[in-house]
Design a protein around this ligand. Structure first.
Ligand code: ADP
Ligand code: MG
Length: 487
């Protein structure tokens, strides 16, 4: 019996409920964490851009309008002091262009390169925008144009992108952490909640491995009371499962009891019939001495009584044997030489059926089987009797023995007419037989129990009986386990 082992953490195999639950929970947490990071990053970038714009507007508001003919437009108080700021003014006054273009870098104010000046001079629409400046990177620029020229003030976008990059990195780390933690937590929670279900499955498996077909059957397994708590869902399944097992056990016990009663009745009845039958046969035999003084009719009637009571004795013995085999092991299993059994059985058959052709093929070495010698002899006798009584004279019957793995295999084959098709599938069932008159003609007595006994006896040996039959070729095969030692 195999019991599934109980994993402390769920084996996240493909298709398991554990895997689905854990993956879904983790996926959900990942989704939420990523959404949250994206949202906060977006909000932060909005706020920072707004701040940058405010600073630019404040600075731009300080540009002064007074003008010095030597130096061009004057710069407002505090304009151009912030680190990284760029200022660009290009104004035409009385036919002269005045340009101020500097960048407040780490080493103080520096003149903007010609390329950048060109880029800035080309700007002609008012407003704030991001421009990538040659050699300086991305800048947020506030542009103000007038009829006389353009004023531009700008701050580096790095003031926004750097904190955002930092925040993104932090959010990434947090998201990964959240995913890892939720994966571990979900796995643990799922393991705990599904453990009772696994135990339930283990119990169900062990029940399904019980052999409930025959005999007295107890169902010794139950779901433990802690797993059969009606408060939770799995517990309710456990409880229902236990009730079901109680029910099954009750039903099996009832079935077993009624079967036992029937078997006992058949055994008792057969047993009780033996004595009166013996008396009838005895009295019939007594009258035989006085047959000469009887009228032929009476003599015939008496001989019929004799033969029918013989037949009935056979029937009763067969029924008794079947009833015994049904009610459990009643065989005396000993290492038995099957070759000897076959020799005897075939020589009996040859004597009983001199009109048939008999053949026997045996291996060189004796073959031992764990068998009840009388019962196995009966199996052989039944098969050989069938080959004799259900086939016409002249039929060739061959009995053979061979060894196949751990089995001794006996075959009885004949080239007679074969088993009638309509009874072929159930020849091993009780009271299955074909046209009785044909058997009578050949001097046999047919009960329909011969092959049922073969099947029951061979089954009780732990073996198997089979038949293959077509007109002209019928083979009965009987396998019994070989004996390890001889005795
Ligand atoms: N070798 C055989 N050839 C043809 N028919 C057979 C053979 N063996 C068995 N049968 C058929 O199977 C039936 C069942 O056999 P069995 O159980 O021994 O009952 P019985 O011999 O008492 O009729 C027989 O009645 C017969 O019709
Ligand atoms: Mg028979």
């Amino acid at each position: 019996m195999t019991h599934p082992t109980q994993p402390s953490t769920p084996a996240l195999n493909r298709g398991t409920l554990s895997r689905q639950l854990v993956l879904r929970v983790t996926g959900l947490v990942a989704l939420v964490a990523i959404l949250l990071s994206a949202l906060t990053t977006f909000a932060t970038s909005q706020i920072l851009t707004q701040q940058l714009d405010n600073q630019l507007v404040t600075q731009a508001g300080r540009f002064r309008s007074d003008f010095d003919d030597d130096r061009g437009p004057s710069l407002g108080d505090g304009v151009g002091q912030q680190s990284g700021v760029i200022v660009f003014q290009s104004v035409v006054r009385s036919g002269t262009r005045y340009v101020r273009a500097f960048y407040n870098g780490p080493d103080g104010q520096q003149l903007l390169s010609a390329a950048v000046r060109e880029q800035l001079a080309a700007l002609d629409t008012d407003g704030a925008r991001v421009v990538r400046l040659e050699g300086l990177g991305a800048y947020r620029l506030l542009i103000k144009t007038s009829s006389s020229g353009v004023n531009v003030i700008g701050l580096p976008m790095a003031r926004i992108t750097e904190p955002i990059a930092g925040q993104l990195a932090a959010a990434g780390v947090l998201t990964l952490g959240a995913i890892a933690i939720s994966f571990l937590a979900a796995r643990e929670v799922v393991a705990r909640s599904l453990a009772p279900l696994n135990r339930l499955a283990a119990t169900a498996t062990s029940v399904s491995n019980l052999e409930l077909e025959r005999g007295e059957v107890a169902v010794p397994v139950r779901v433990s009371t802690s797993d059969a708590d009606p408060v939770n869902e799995v517990g309710r399944v456990g409880l229902a499962f236990n009730h079901m097992l109680d029910n099954v056990e009750g039903a099996l016990a009832a079935r077993h009891e009624s079967e036992t009663k029937v078997r006992q009745f058949v055994a008792d009845a057969s047993h009780e019939l033996r004595n009166p039958l013996a008396s009838i046969r005895g009295y019939a035999e007594l009258t035989r001495r006085e047959r000469d003084s009887m009228t032929p009719n009476v003599a015939h009637a008496l001989s019929r009584i004799e033969s029918e009571s013989d037949r009935m004795s056979t029937l009763v013995e067969d029924l008794l044997l079947l009833a015994r085999l049904d009610s459990g092991p009643s065989l005396d299993l000993q290492p038995t030489d099957v070759t000897v059994l076959m020799l005897n059985a075939v020589s009996d058959a040859r004597a009983a059926g001199p009109d048939h052709e008999w053949a026997l093929s045996l291996p060189e070495e004796p073959v031992f089987a764990r068998a009840d010698r009388y019962r196995l002899h009966q199996v052989l006798a039944n098969l050989l009797a069938n080959a004799r009584t259900h086939t016409p004279p002249g039929t060739r019957v061959e009995a053979a023995l061979r060894v196949e793995g751990t089995d001794a295999v006996i075959t009885v084959s004949d080239n007679g007419p074969g088993i009638p098709e309509e009874i072929r599938p159930r020849v091993f069932e009780r009271f299955t037989r074909a046209d009785v008159s044909r058997v009578r003609r050949q001097g046999g007595s047919s009960t329909g129990l011969g092959l049922a006994i073969v099947a029951a006896v061979v089954g009780a040996h732990g073996g198997r009986a089979e038949v293959a039959s077509r007109p002209g070729h019928t083979v009965f095969t009987v396998r019994v386990p070989r004996a390890a030692a001889q005795g």
